[in-house]
Design a binder for this molecule. Structure first.
Ligand code: NAP
Ligand code: GDD
Length: 342
């Protein structure tokens, strides 16, 4: 029997890698996409097969985590074996500007999807994309037993989503799990997250089309891993015998400054000549240090991060340099969004 999966957030970084992984495993994959006035499927375009083709295994459906009735209808129609909730307003700084919207999608969106699973009566396993941002001010190392102390509307919304996932597991005997993932990046990372902002700037500075990049707090410590490895961890969580919650991370501390140094050095550039400070990239409350203790995932799922932050920085710089070269005349075609988007 072909397994069916529904991915909310399929157009995002993780959704695109997860869709690839599941298609490679023979799944029929259904993705929830938002209607937009422009195409928003660039990360999954390479997976497209005309749905009229009998070989087609990927199907997209319009929907939104703010629309509960639509989610119930889709659950009925698709009847998936696995549901992955990766959809969210996922930018921490933006969550201070749009706290209500973030609460509605990142927090309440999760209970809408859980409730759709429950109301539809579909027997499926549910994955919730929880976040190390929930640990916030609690010092590292952080494991499944570490108390939460969120420091942003995004973090608080994720704490809500975490607890309702656990509650539906206990109240309705659902196979519902939380993957508490530390930062994970890739060449497909959104351009306004710090790693991609840096590697994209490195490529543009190297090409001579940009001179400076404006940054906020360089002292924050993160635990940056490689996104394709993390979606494998998500899948493993849903194949386990019992539903449980797992931390995924590398365990390697790396500051924003460390990432800058590695990325600029890899391109033969001196970061101090090109990086400038702009307070607009600071957050009203910051998360100083996130470092994973992912030993439970190693023991119970056999999952371990391979790519470490320094190698990740190099992978991303190489990819951005190549992408820029492929674009032909990037200084005309590429709009630099950093000036007006945080
Ligand atoms: P991402 O690239 O920002 O993707 C987010 C996805 O959610 C996109 O497909 C987006 O659609 C969709 N989305 C946003 N609002 C929606 C709504 N109201 N209804 C339906 N879909 C909506 O995020 P990511 O890095 O892949 O992360 C995936 C998930 O893991 C997120 O929930 C994130 O919060 C969480 N997480 C990420 C990390 C990390 O380091 N990457 C770590 C821990 C947890 P559009 O393409 O239309 O915008
Ligand atoms: N985005 C951004 N832009 N961050 C900057 C900048 C800048 O110009 N300058 C410094 N930083 C610092 C931020 O203050 C933060 O401490 C760190 O870089 C990482 O910022 P982001 O890359 O935006 O990621 P994040 O850690 O806030 O959130 C990401 O990881 C979470 C898991 O811990 C997101 O992917 C969340 O969705 C995810 O849950």
């Amino acid at each position: 029997m072909t397994k069916k999966a529904l991915i909310a957030g399929i157009t995002g970084q993780d959704g695109s890698y997860l869709a690839e992984l599941l298609l490679n495993k023979g799944y029929e994959v259904h993705g929830l996409i938002r209607r937009a006035s422009t195409f928003n499927t660039s990360r999954i375009d390479h997976l497209y097969v005309d749905p009229h083709d009998p070989q087609a295994k990927l199907f997209l459906h319009y929907g939104d985590l703010s629309d509960g009735a639509r989610l119930v209808t889709l659950l009925h129609e698709i009847d998936p074996d696995e549901v992955y909730n990766l959809a969210a307003q996922s930018h921490v700084r933006v969550s201070f500007d749009e706290p209500e919207h973030t609460g509605n999608t990142t927090g309440i969106g999760a209970i809408r999807l859980l409730e759709a699973v429950r109301m539809s009566g579909v027997k499926c396993r549910y994955y919730q994309a929880s976040s190390s941002e929930m640990f916030g001010a609690t010092p590292p190392p952080q494991s499944e037993l570490t108390p939460f102390y969120p420091r942003s509307p995004y973090g608080a919304a994720k704490v809500y989503a975490y607890w309702v996932t656990k509650n539906y597991r206990e109240a309705y005997d659902m196979f519902a799990v939380n993957g508490i993932l530390f930062n994970h990046e890739s060449p497909r990372r959104g351009e306004t997250f710090v790693t991609r902002k840096i590697t994209r700037a490195v490529a543009r500075i190297k090409a001579g089309v940009q001179q400076h990049v404006y940054m906020g707090n360089l002292d924050a410590t993160r635990d940056w891993g490689y996104a394709p490895e993390y979606v494998e961890g998500m899948w493993r969580m849903l194949q386990a015998d019992e539903p449980d919650d797992f931390v995924l991370g590398t365990g390697t501390p790396y500051t924003v400054r460390d990432f800058l140094v590695t990325a600029f050095e890899h391109a033969g550039l001196d970061w101090e000549k090109h990086v400038r400070f702009d307070e607009r990239y600071l957050r009203p409350t910051e998360v100083d240090a996130l470092i994973a203790d992912a030993s439970k995932a190693h023991e119970k799922l056999g999952w371990k991060a391979i790519v470490q932050p320094d190698e990740l920085a190099r992978i991303m710089v190489d990819a951005d340099i190549e992408a820029l070269e492929c674009e032909g005349r990037p200084w005309i075609d590429q709009v630099n969004l950093e000036g007006w988007i945080k």
